[in-house]
Each structure stands twice: as C-alpha cells, then as structure tokens.
Design a binder for this molecule. Structure first.
Ligand SMILES: *Cc1c(COP(=O)(O)O)cnc(C)c1O
Length: 491
C-alpha cells in the first residue's frame, strides 16, 4: 500500500514546478518580451555606441531567487546590465581585436536546437544531428581542400579546437613524456597564444618552442626555419610540429603555407595551420590565392564565430588523416553499449566533449537559408573595405603598414612636430600619443578599435570582419580618427 503522504507530496512537487513547463499560451507570453528586447536591440544597433563604459550602466543583481520574477523584469535587467556595457561585437562599428558577428539566422538555429535538445555527440542517439555535423565538417574540409578520410569537429571556439589538434599531433607522432623536453615546435611570435596554451594543456609545456624570424610582412622566413631545423637535428632534438598562420590576429599576415608544407613533408613534421581568423576567406578568389598550400596541412582550425559571422561559440578543427584524430579522442564506457554498435563516426569519437551544445544547427540554418553566396559576398566586401581603409588612412596622413593581406589594416599617428630627437624618447612619445588616440576613440564610443605592439611600436588596427561593417561604418571610423588627430595637441 503506497503511503498517501508520498502521493500527496508528488502532487505538490508537480504543481510547484509548473513554471518549468509553460503551456502554449504562456509560451507566447514568455517569448514576447524576449522578442521585443531583441528587436529593440537590432533596431538600435546601427546608431548605438560601439563601446559603453561599465561605470554608466546598472550593476547586475547577482541574487538567485527561490521564487521567480516576471520575465519582463528579468529581460529588462539583461538589457541594462548585460547587453549594454562594454564593446558590441554584434555592431558594424566594432573593428577591434578580431570582430565577432551574430547573424540572426544563427540565433533561430540555436532556438531550434535548444527546444528539440537532440544529443549531437553520439550517432545512435542523434543520427540526424550527427549527420548534420558531418555534412558541415565535410563542407569545410572541402573548402580547405582535404581529401576524403579527413575528419573534424565543431568545438566551442578556436582555442579548444587547437587543443584537439595539438593532442592529435602529439599522438600521431607517438610522443611520450620522456620525449617532451627534446621535442621542438616551430612558429612565429605573431602566432596566436592559444597554440602555446594548447601545448601546455596537452602536457607538452616542456617542449622547445622556436620562434622563427619574419619578413617585413610578418610572414615566417623559410631559410631561417630550415636552418633552425637542421641545427636542432644536429643537436639531437626531435623536430615535431610546424605551425603556420592563415591570417594573424595583429596584422592578418599569412605565412607562405605552400612552402611550409614542403618543409614539413621533407622533414616529417606535423603541419598545423591556424586559420581561426582567415580561414573562411577561402570562399573568395583572393583568399584562395592567399591561402594556397593550406590543403597540404595535417590539421587546421577555423572559427565560424569570426569568419562566418556566427554568435560566439563555434570553432572547428579539421584533421587530414581522420583516423589520427579518432584514435586520440575515442573512448568507450559500458553505459554506451548500444551507441558503440553504430558504424558511423560520432562527434564524441573526435572531441574532448561527449554531451554538448547542438551547435551545428546555427550554422546549418544560416548556410541553408541565406546560401553560401551571401557569406562569400560579405567576405569579399571585408577584403575590399580593408584596401579602401588602407588607402584612405594614408591620405589622411597616418603612417600605414603594408597593403593588408586580408582584412586587417595597421597604422599609427606620427605627430608632425613636438617629438624629441633622442630615439628612445621619440619612440616613447609616439607610443604615448597613439595610446591616447585609442583612448580618445574609446571615449567617443561611436566606433570600437584596438591597438597592438609591433616591434615595440604601439600600432592601431582596423580589423574589418563583422558582416554589418560596410563602407559607411569605415567612413565613420576614418572621420572619428581624423577628428581626434586634428586636435592632436590634446592627445
Ligand atoms: C581568435 C583567434 C584564435 C582563438 O580562437 P578563439 O575562438 O577566440 O578561442 C586563434 N587564432 C587566431 C588567429 C584568432 O584570431
């Protein structure tokens, strides 16, 4: 005989959790404030500041309540305390760092994925979901030029994708702990830091890292690489990994990938390419030519949350010999007995993750509905805008870097008078002037840009990658910069 108290308590619990399962009418009422907030956000975006000082915004209430509040209030707080402060990667006025995106179709894809909550990690459980991921991976592998047999994975971002590539490269070359201290990695100082972070996380923090000198365009110098490899072999070290950039973060520089591939092949190195920023320019003619040789790499990382304008949360790793990736990541548990019978490769077999966000839908929906042509046009526009900005900055009297290889333009302001003659003091004064220029632009808020240091010189960057950045946004950036340097005395 079941205890009546237990039955009563079951009814009480079911009643008390009703907020977790709104009915159809309640769902409409719940979505309305969310849709209204996103509509307001998108309508305001073109005229909204690209950077908002945190101090001017309300602080997020960190309290987690026992009893819920009206969704209108919770969404309103999100708008004021979360959506508002800081930079706005969704804005076409954001030209700092490497810009993000936020195509609307991807948001709808996330909504579909979250409501249906298919498990995309294991074929047995989410066969359609896994096939969708495979289709996207195959499309990207085709873009890179990898043969059949390549595998890949949709990770959360470029850094995590890089970790999967490094772990695969480690195992493919059968490196063991005892080898690590004499194992050598070749890269340039312009390579993104996520590679060295991945080395450390993969247990390879002890390995020898050689920073190969670069030419005037920030591209790895081949003779220097070859000499270093020869010297390392002579010293009894074990050359292992060569990393090229298909677009560096600072300047958008592309290493001579074709020639790096030749060296890697001859020297039996694993050749990895960081294409997190630049990879999707492969959709354009200019990009295909600039990235020639990428198809000969062993692994590559691309970031759809940069180059395909998705909201943050997707980086992709591709490995030419898929089996290497699989043998590094594959595991089995008794609780997965049914799943193990499937013939298909499951994302969990090629990823550190098992259960995870069904992130494929955001990309799939965007590509299927908008078509690849729309992305191709947007990427070509970014390349052209960078050339346009480069020319215009020079006209405005800025000292510009070389013609942009992709969509990042570097420049700095050199005051015509008032600089000291002594070289160190002159450099310090010029750097201080450019730092004040960035700060003045940030305070202005209409556009967002960032700076870096190249050879000790503070250098400003226009990184043009947001799909919402068009010529009028670049013109506004130029107008703001020109106005600030006109009053250079105040900088
Ligand atoms: C952004 C970026 C990364 C890191 O990717 P995340 O997605 O931010 O983790 C690596 N390399 C380059 C060139 C990048 O621009």
């Amino acid at each position: 005989m079941t205890d009546p108290d237990l039955l009563r308590r079951l009814d009480e619990c079911e009643h008390a959790m009703r907020a977790l399962e709104p009915d159809a009418a309640q769902r409409v009422a719940l979505r309305e404030p969310v849709l209204e907030a996103t509509e307001n956000f998108l309508e305001a975006l073109p005229t909204h500041p690209a950077f908002v000082d945190l101090q001017t915004c309300p602080v997020l209430d960190p309290a987690i309540p026992e009893n819920g509040a009206p969704i209108k209030d919770v969404v309103a707080e999100f708008q004021r305390a979360v959506a508002l402060p800081g930079s706005h990667p969704a804005s076409g006025h954001h030209m700092g760092y490497v810009p993000g995106g936020g195509v609307y179709l991807a948001a709808l894809g996330d909504y579909l994925a979250a409501v249906t909550n298919k498990h995309p990690g294991v074929f047995y459980s989410g066969p359609g979901a896994v096939r969708m991921e495979h289709a996207l991976v195959r499309w990207m592998a085709g873009l890179v030029g990898y043969p059949d047999g390549a595998l890949g994975n949709l990770a959360s971002g470029g850094s995590v994708a890089t970790l999967a590539a490094v772990a695969t490269a480690r195992d493919a070359h059968q490196l063991k702990g005892a080898d690590f201290a004499r194992t050598v990695v070749y890269l340039t100082s312009q390579l993104h830091h996520c590679l060295e972070k991945a080395l450390r996380l993969a247990g390879l923090g002890e390995c020898v890292v050689r920073r190969i000198p670069m030419d005037a365009d920030w591209r790895m110098l081949l003779p220097a690489l070859e000499e270093q490899i020869a010297a390392d072999r002579a010293a009894g070290l074990r050359p292992w990994l060569l990393v090229g950039s298909a677009g560096t973060t600072d300047t958008g520089a592309v290493d001579p990938l074709e020639r790096l591939a030749e060296v890697a092949q001859r020297e039996n190195l694993w050749f990895h390419v960081d294409a997190a920023y630049g990879g999707f320019f492969l959709l354009t003619g200019h990009g295909r030519a600039a990235l020639r040789g990428i198809e000969r790499s062993d692994s590559v990382v691309l970031d759809p949350h940069k180059g395909l304008f998705l909201p943050f949360g997707m980086g992709v790793v591709l490995v030419r010999h898929g089996e290497a990736m699989r043998s590094t990541h594959r595991y089995f548990g008794n609780y997965l007995s049914e799943a193990a019978r499937s013939e298909e490769v499951s994302p969990a077999d090629v990823s550190p993750e098992l259960s995870r966000h069904f992130r494929a839908v955001r990309l799939w929906l965007a590509l299927k509905v908008a078509g690849v042509g729309a992305f191709r046009a947007a990427l070509e526009e970014k390349l052209l805008l960078a050339r346009y900005a480069h020319g215009r900055l020079a006209e405005l009297g800025f000292e510009v870097g070389r013609e942009p290889q992709l969509s990042i333009v570097t420049y700095r302001w050199v005051p015509s008078a008032g600089l000291p003659d002594e070289p160190d003091a002159r450099l310090a004064a010029m750097n201080a002037c450019n730092e004040r220029l960035v700060e003045a632009v940030r305070k202005d808020g209409r556009i967002f840009l960032s700076s870096t240091k190249l050879d000790g010189l503070v250098t400003l960057r226009l990184a043009i990658l947001n799909f919402r950045t068009h010529r009028r946004m670049v013109d506004l950036a130029l107008e703001v910069l020109a106005a600030k340097v006109e009053r250079a005395g105040e900088l």
